[in-house]
Design a protein around this ligand. Sequence first.
Ligand code: DC
Length: 222
Amino acid sequence: MSFVIAIDGPAGAGKSTIAKAVSKKLNSIYVDTGAMYRSIALFMIRNNVSKEDTASIAAKCKDADVTINYEGGVQNVILNGENVNGLIRTEEVGNMASVVSAVPEVRAHLLQLQRNLAASTDVVMDGRDIGTTVLPDANLKVYLTASSKVRAKRRYDELTAKGESCDIDIIEKDIIDRDHRDMTREISPLKQADDAILVDSSDMTIEEVENKIIELANAAGK
Ligand code: DC
């Protein structure tokens, strides 16, 4: 039986940083489901599909073959045979990902892939609906959040460190808009599963959050 940890929460809460670190410590595979939605978003952008054209997003997602492989413990997302890891971390793709992820056909397209990944190996999977929909029987469910101000500041620091100029107020507005879209969509909205443990990282360091989740995993039988 594999040991499965589901980490859900809003954009910028630190899910991927934490999930990556925890998976390393626990010898598990890290599965970043947001990257899968981002690769579908990239596919739609490349095909000039507009955000409003839900019918085309639903129809065309079948042509986006998404698979995952691992190289030195790093997850590669393969879109129609191409490794798109280096192309999906932009704000444009992130915003489009939030739009495509509200389309039921897109979610159905990715669900089985996500379930298969957790079927035979220990995984730490992060996303928005992992504890509620994808892996409802996960051994541990964490809902990781932080205030929108703190999340915007983290994103701002990340972008300025890369030499990109940006406006922190616009970043915070984008975060609030994305939260709203993710939490209010009809299918698999972002919400804390009834049996998930809430971790608010606003005033915690990365190490503190990591230790907290390892502690919870141990308590859950890992
Ligand atoms: O975690 P992220 O920023 O890479 O996710 C990009 C978008 O994908 C996000 O706005 C919501 C969507 N998403 C989702 O709906 N379900 C998931 N399991 C993961 C991401």
